[in-house]
Design a protein around this ligand. Structure first.
Ligand SMILES: Nc1ncnc2c1ncn2[C@@H]1O[C@H](COP(=O)(O)OP(=O)(O)OP(=O)(O)O)[C@@H](O)[C@H]1O
Ligand SMILES: [Mg+2]
Length: 300
């Protein structure tokens, strides 16, 4: 059983339907206001003002919303509030039974170990705002993102991006965590019982070479069949299962499509980082140019 360190399960156990409805109403109005005036919340949920005020107090106590006082009183959703809404959805739809310890925290997300109703371990990743390369992607019409996008929309978009690309990659046979569900900025995925590549100790050159081959093969499948480039590949975004030496490429939200004008330089950078790491750490050498040609299918 997972060890509980983040209190979303506790928070959910303390919230009534009214509290969740009020939280959702605030979320729904965040596109219009940084802090939603209380009258707007009131007219959306139509509870008596005493029930509403009780709910708002509870949400404030748990820090799911923050309050602005001044010329008007308004409430804004916090990241913890957004986590709570996403987790409420995932739990009530049977994707997650319980959230456990935090296994990763980066600039762009918080990653938790969790348990599915079946008892299996799973991973829940809550995105925090954008992703590296977001400004680059903003320039492409397909995402029609502009400077007006709030942290909330950005975080949700990032979750959606990661879930969709994982689904496409997984379907085609790339070794990535199997995506299970997604809601708002939260992505539920298969738990990889392995360690980050940068933590792997010394390795036999033939094993290291096989691992590198399989990583290059996955970059090639992603490039040729899904037409994407990871864009942030390094020893920090690859996990190794030590019992089989299988390598999984994780952390995809900043991927770029092949026809993106920067895809070429991102692919080159991904390949250079990985080859440099394998050379330095395991003494396995490969040529950058020929590896790129293999990935592009210019020869095999
Ligand atoms: N599916 C998974 N199974 C097991 N562990 C995982 C999984 N996904 C992520 N992790 C762990 O959590 C860490 C952070 O995950 P990830 O790289 O996806 O998030 P991140 O927010 O982008 O972090 P960073 O900004 O540090 O790159 C990983 O290095 C890994 O140790
Ligand atoms: Mg990462």
């Amino acid at each position: 059983m997972v060890r509980i360190t983040y209190n979303l399960d506790f928070i959910l156990s303390r919230l009534d339907n009214i509290d969740v409805l009020v939280l959702r109403a605030i979320e729904g109005l965040m596109g219009k206001f940084e802090f939603v005036p209380i009258e707007f919340i009131e007219s959306r949920v139509r509870f008596s003002s005493s029930s509403l005020s009780k709910a708002l107090h509870k949400l404030l106590d748990f820090r799911l919303v923050s309050r602005r006082v001044g010329d008007y009183t308004g409430y804004g959703l916090t990241f913890k509030g957004l986590d709570t809404l996403a987790y409420h959805y995932l739990k009530s739809n049977g994707y997650v039974a319980m959230l456990g310890e935090k296994i990763g925290v980066g600039k762009e997300g918080e990653v938790f170990l969790g348990e599915a109703p079946s008892g299996e371990f799973i991973v829940v990743k809550f995105h925090r705002g954008g992703f590296s390369g977001f400004r680059r992607i903003r320039r492409f019409r397909s995402y029609s993102i502009d400077a007006q996008h709030s942290w909330l929309e950005l975080a949700k978009l990032t979750g959606e991006r990661e879930f969709r690309v994982l689904s496409d990659l997984y379907k085609i046979g790339c070794r990535v965590p199997k995506p299970i569900a997604w809601n708002r900025h939260a992505v539920v995925q298969e738990y990889i019982d392995g360690i980050d590549l940068y933590k792997v100790g010394s390795l036999d050159a033939s094993i290291a070479s096989k691992i590198l081959d399989s990583i290059i093969e996955d970059i090639k499948i992603a490039y040729q069949k899904v037409r994407v480039v990871h864009g942030d590949l390094s020893e920090y975004n690859i996990m190794i299962v030590e019992s089989s030496w299988d390598a999984y490429i994780i952390d995809w939200p900043q991927y770029a499509y092949r026809d993106d004008e920067l895809a070429e330089s991102l692919l080159r950078r991904d390949v250079e980082y990985i080859l440099r790491f394998f050379k330095k750490k395991f003494g396995v050498s490969r040529d950058v140019e020929s590896t790129i040609r293999i990935i592009k299918g210019e020869y095999s």
